[in-house]
Write a protein that binds this ligand. Structure first.
Ligand SMILES: Cc1cc2nc3c(=O)[nH]c(=O)nc-3n(C[C@H](O)[C@H](O)[C@H](O)COP(=O)(O)OP(=O)(O)OC[C@H]3O[C@@H](n4cnc5c(N)ncnc54)[C@H](O)[C@@H]3O)c2cc1C
Length: 345
């Protein structure tokens, strides 16, 4: 490990999503010394959304500065990314990208935060790493990176191909629609008995932790139209059991029994969600609840380790509106505590 900056930061923020950025501005406004460490690019989760995807949130719910996004329509991935990156520059936020935090250790005074190449000291740490740290896998034989993708970025590479989309949530529904539009032959495999039933946890995966996502009504309606027109085929009550170089084996339940079906396909898109990665919190000794999310004070978002806080999607707040709002409030609380201890000290 290279000796990092020797400075003791008042606040170290892990993650530069909407919650990390909102907290950074609050820390800066309150005069705290702070740094944001980000393993990817700024707002990496949003960067990974499908190209040109409109959000389902309104501009005021995701803005970090009032009026930064055009009013009257849902912002796109590109508009939000443009706003967030300009925000970082115009506010001169202290962010280090390509800096994956590997461990947070509690010290007698403050915390030691380690990346692969650096170490940092901080009085307080805000973990804002989002809710997608542990990508789910199908967990079946033949599941290789050549055959299965876990992200959907754009439909064009799949035009005229046979694609199996797996997953009953919004992402798989949206991907199926986009694929059908470019002429891919799309089959959607879902576990539940119909598209409009509420989601169920995906079979082999952390069932207790993973409430299934429901398809948003404005995505469900066009998808049902595509199904009715025969451009998307849906196989309900099904699950993937094995993947071969040119085909996939599905188990399809019905009438008290189940059938094994072989389906030709060029590519599998497994859009079955992700779980939060709580390993940094665990490394610092914070308690994790049975639902896989950290235990924290619902007013301050401080974990069971004093001085270690959480914000955004790693908590039980799934959406950007609260990621921004609560992170700002938590950073305000941290700032007043740090500033108070300075006065007392
Ligand atoms: C396709 C898609 C569409 C969505 N659309 C909407 C929508 O329209 N409206 C809405 O409200 N929500 C939407 N969401 C959910 C939304 O993305 C989250 O609510 C939001 O990103 C949470 O913000 P966050 O700051 O808590 O976490 P994130 O935005 O996930 O940011 C976490 C950051 O931490 C970084 N990080 C993770 N681990 C480390 C580490 N060890 N070291 C350093 N950095 C790390 C990540 O790279 C990432 O940049 C959508 C999600 C998806 C997948």
């Amino acid at each position: 490990l290279k000796a990092g900056k020797q400075e003791m930061y008042d606040l170290l923020i892990v993650g530069s999503g909407p919650s990390g950025l909102a907290a950074a501005l609050s820390a800066k406004t309150h005069g705290l010394s702070y740094i944001v460490l980000e393993r990817g690019v700024i707002a990496n989760t949003i960067y990974n959304y499908p190209i040109a995807r409109p959000l389902f949130s309104t501009p005021d719910e995701v803005e970090l500065e009032r009026g930064a996004l055009p009013a009257g329509s849902k912002p796109t991935r590109e508009q939000v990314l443009s706003h967030y990156t300009h925000f970082v520059t115009s506010q001169r936020l202290n962010i280090q990208t390509d800096a994956e935090v590997r461990r947070v250790t509690r010290l007698v005074e403050g915390f030691l935060v380690e990346t692969v190449s650096n170490q940092y000291h901080a009085r307080t740490v805000l973990v804002a790493v989002g809710g997608f740290g542990r990508e789910r896998r199908l967990g079946v034989p033949g599941e290789t990176h050549e055959r299965v993708s876990y992200h959907f970025i754009e439909p064009y590479p799949f035009a005229s191909k046979e694609v199996l989309v797996v997953g009953g949530g919004n992402s798989s529904a949206e991907a199926s629609l986009a694929l059908a539009e470019v002429g891919a032959r799309v089959t959607l495999s879902i576990r539940r008995a119909s598209l409009d039933e509420p989601g169920q946890p995906y079979a082999q995966l952390s069932a207790a932790r993973a409430p299934g996502a429901k398809i948003k009504p404005w995505v469900l309606a066009p998808l049902q139209e595509e199904v009715a027109e025969g451009r998307v085929k849906v196989i309900t009550s099904s699950e993937v059991v094995e993947i071969f170089p040119k085909s996939v084996i599905l188990r399809v339940a019905g009438g008290g029994s189940s059938d094994i079906v072989e389906l030709q396909c060029d590519q599998v898109l497994a859009l079955i969600g992700a779980d939060p990665d709580t390993s940094l919190l665990e490394s610092a000794g914070a308690e994790i609840a049975d639902d896989g999310r950290p235990v924290y004070d619902p007013n301050t978002y401080e974990t069971t380790v004093p001085g270690l806080y959480v914000a955004g999607h790693i908590t039980r707040e799934m959406h950007m509106k609260n990621a921004v709002k609560i992170a700002r409030k938590t950073a305000d609380i941290i700032s007043s505590q740090v500033n108070q201890s300075r006065v007392v000290g």
